[in-house]
Design a protein around this ligand. Structure first.
Ligand code: ADP
Ligand code: 5GP
Length: 202
């Protein structure tokens, strides 16, 4: 069986990653989304173990020390990381896995798993990013300002990614990502065994 595809999705906070991922997952029930660990506080409505594993800094650092994180990074004052176990198991089982992580984490994953596919989601403009971030009303003003500041640096990192998708319309952006995933599954390096199978069956 072919291994699953590891898909790294990054974007500045507020660009619409969460919204697009929800659409992708609703349309493809076999797609797995890695649940990250974080030291930030839950937003209203966020559920521990579903949106994130909400941990103390000490608990987070223990996981890192024990080698249980695939990658981890600090983002605007909080730690975020990807627990390794579930991602490795899903990939082995042939399931496609999405990591919704920041640009620092994206660079780490590219280094250790270069076969991953990386996609950077851009907002249509920085002004629209600010509107979305403020419109979401999940963060205090100073946190929104810090995230907008971080966003300017993150957008420059789009050049490190395999693909860039602009999230103007959610449905269009989701369709573009589906197309990228579909094309990546036909990359020769992922399907070379099919060539051998065709010859054997001759
Ligand atoms: P992220 O996960 O990247 O931080 P969210 O998915 O939470 O971003 O989206 C931020 C806000 O922008 C949310 O209020 C969401 O409803 C809104 N949003 C997302 N995509 C679009 C879009 N294409 N057009 C308009 N608003 C959007
Ligand atoms: P938020 O606090 O808005 O949920 O996430 C803030 C930032 O942290 C986003 O850019 C998000 O992609 C990133 N993030 C979420 N989980 C992880 C993770 O496991 N690792 C890394 N490196 N970044 C993450």
């Amino acid at each position: 069986m072919n291994k699953g595809l590891l898909i790294v999705l990054s974007a500045p906070s507020g660009a619409g990653k969460g919204t697009i991922i929800k659409k992708l997952m609703d349309d493809d029930r076999s797609l797995k989304l890695s649940v990250s660990a974080t030291t930030r506080s839950p937003r209203p409505g966020e559920v521990d173990g579903e949106d994130y594993f909400f941990l103390s800094r000490e608990e987070f650092e223990d996981l890192v020390k024990n080698g249980e994180m695939l990658e981890h990074a600090e983002y605007v004052g909080n730690c975020y990381g990807t627990p390794k176990g579930p991602v490795e198991r899903w990939l082995e089982d042939g399931l496609d896995v999405i990591l919704e992580i920041d640009v620092q984490g994206g660079a780490q994953v590219k280094e250790i798993m270069p076969e991953c596919v990386s996609i950077f989601i851009l907002p249509p403009s920085m002004r629209e990013l600010e509107n979305r971030l403020r419109g979401r009303s999940t963060e205090q003003d100073e946190v929104v300002n810090a995230r907008l500041e971080a966003a300017r640096n993150e957008v420059h990192r789009a050049e490190d990614y395999d693909y860039v998708v602009v999230n103007d319309e959610v449905e269009v952006a989701a369709e573009e990502i589906r197309t990228i995933i579909a094309a990546e599954k036909h990359r020769f390096s992922r399907v070379s065994s099919i060539v051998e199978r065709v010859l054997i069956d001759a």
